[in-house]
Design a protein around this ligand. Structure first.
Ligand code: BG6
Length: 300
């Protein structure tokens, strides 16, 4: 099934699994329902704001103070960071993809109950500063949530260089009680220590202060154990060499106008992509697909 722009009234698809409606701030969004889970996606930023398995609490953290307005990023869920990560002089942090309203190219309800939605980043004033490219984003909802960001260099004779990152905010009961596994031995840039290069020594990373780290050359699965919720979250990825771990902690939370002072206690960002020295250069006609699969299981 191919759809064009959603209208303002709720409109379910033929199988009743996808509903187009106006979300917060009257922004257009999709609600997806599968036999195993539900998900919500805003067209602003092609931003997945929620994924919830039927017998589990929500997987994603969504800030109570988030703005829902065109041109502003949503705080929580999964911001799509592209074509650059972090600040860029005179331009917005983390690129323009997360503040651009994407087009829906296709909604595919599969016979097995899964639903996939393909978005396309439309041409916008910011894209003209780059050589021609296309950016598609495919979100698949079933027992897990799979995200594919597909970048193609459409230029005839120029490289396309970019960073990408699926800036995933996970909901946790108490950030001081969780542990993050799979990064031991990795080199990271410690953004709270002026980007000092360090090596991760722990197989069970714990959060007890502001953490803002770019782990380089980390292609393996990362897990978040949340003993209070009783859940293990798994982040599996392909074509992702970087993992960013972020929690703003107390002082930074107070500085962020779209984030509650105590919300840092209930979130952890484990972000998958290709940033800093792991940025990507695509030759003419080349394509790269960043794939991230998020799944979870109840701890016994
Ligand atoms: C993380 C960065 O990915 O995103 C942090 O490493 C940054 O430095 C955080 O503070 C949030 O960024 P923003 O622009 O959404 O406030």
């Amino acid at each position: 099934m191919t759809t064009s722009k959603p209208g303002s009234a709720a409109k379910p698809d033929a199988l009743g699994r996808v509903t187009f409606l106006d979300g917060q701030g009257e922004l257009p969004m999709l609600e997806i329902s599968t036999p195993w889970s539900t998900a919500e996606i805003y067209l602003l930023g092609a931003h997945v704001t929620q994924f919830k398995k039927k017998d589990e609490p929500p997987l994603l953290f969504l800030g109570q103070c988030s703005r829902f307005a065109e041109g502003h990023p949503i705080r929580g869920g999964i911001p799509v960071v592209f074509p650059w990560f972090g600040p860029r002089e005179g331009l917005g942090q983390h690129g323009f993809a997360r503040v651009t309203t994407w087009e829906i190219k296709e909604v595919i309800p599969a016979p097995d109950g899964s639903v996939s939605v393909r978005f396309r980043l439309p041409g916008c004033p910011e894209t003209t500063a780059f050589s021609p490219f296309t950016a598609d984003y495919v979100v698949t909802v079933n027992q897990s949530l799979t995200l594919q960001l597909i970048i193609t260099n459409e230029a005839k004779d120029a490289e396309f260089t970019f960073e990408n990152c699926l800036h995933t905010y996970f909901e946790v009961a108490d950030v001081t009680a969780i542990s993050i596994h799979g990064l031991k031995g990795a080199t990271y840039l410690d953004k709270v220590a002026s980007f000092m290069e360090k090596t991760e020594t722990s197989d069970a990373l714990r959060i007890a202060s502001e953490v803002d780290r770019i782990y380089l050359n980390t292609t393996g699965t990362v897990e978040v154990l949340d003993p209070r919720i009783g859940r293990r979250i798994r982040v599996e990825k392909q074509c992702s060499a970087s993992t960013v771990v972020w929690n703003p902690w107390i002082a930074k939370s107070r500085q962020m106008s779209d984030f509650g002072d105590e919300e840092y206690e209930h979130m952890i960002c484990v972000e998958s992509g290709n940033v800093a020295s792991n940025g990507i250069s695509l030759p003419s006609g080349g394509s790269s697909t960043l794939t991230v699969k998020l799944s979870s299981e109840t701890l016994k």
